[in-house]
Design a protein around this ligand. Sequence first.
Ligand SMILES: Nc1nc2c(ncn2[C@@H]2O[C@H](COP(=O)(O)OP(=O)(O)OP(=O)(O)O)[C@@H](O)[C@H]2O)c(=O)[nH]1
Ligand SMILES: C=C(OP(=O)(O)O)C(=O)O
Length: 211
Amino acid sequence: MRQDRPVRRTWSVVVPVKDSTVGKSRLSAYADARPALARALALDTLAAVAACRAVGTVVVVTSDDTVAAHASRVTRHVVVPDPGGGLDAAIVAGLATLQSSSGPVAVLTADLPALTAAELEDALVLAEAHPLAVVPDADGTGTTLLAATDVELLEPRFGVDSLAAHLAQDAASLPAGPGLRRDTDLPEHLDVLGPSLGPRTTDVLARLRVR
Ligand SMILES: Nc1nc2c(ncn2[C@@H]2O[C@H](COP(=O)(O)OP(=O)(O)OP(=O)(O)O)[C@@H](O)[C@H]2O)c(=O)[nH]1
Ligand SMILES: C=C(OP(=O)(O)O)C(=O)O
């Protein structure tokens, strides 16, 4: 039973969130609702992270005012301004706030609206056994979680074909639940997740339906 299992290690988790006014451009089929949807994806992801027993500090790297305001109100959350320069630069800025003494560190993308705290805990417990570990996205080419037992071991190579790049660093590939694997880049990814979507994403999509 997961609830009875003691959590052995507490992870710091870095979550990069692109400004919703420009992020999730591949969801442009949602037209003027895309920014609200991008924000909802991030807030549903962050809710699961905040509820995860294996997570201590959460570092949110963003220039999105709404997401930053939300994160700054949550205990154990730190907001780091997005330095510009893209995803890996944002992650590196988040990692720079942590030290070796911080313990194990993971990077999680913010487009996982069906993620559950239990799925994240399971992956982090598995990751304890490896210096570096990766969770492949549902397409089998990207990365949703990159985890290291020490911050010094983390060299993010997110973007196109990031799974191959992280495996080339000798990251162990971890099994994971569907909410942790299905990043939502395209409208059909939201359709696949359907009833598993978090409440904020579900709400945005429901409002669109009654328009
Ligand atoms: N802080 C920050 N986060 C980023 C940046 N680029 C991507 N991200 C985040 O990284 C995660 C994965 O990136 P993508 O799926 O490519 O997201 P995206 O760039 O918003 O989406 P597209 O415009 O459709 O490519 C998402 O949660 C984004 O919010 C960036 O430049 N800065
Ligand atoms: C950022 C990534 O991919 P995507 O743009 O497909 O979400 C990634 O998998 O590293």
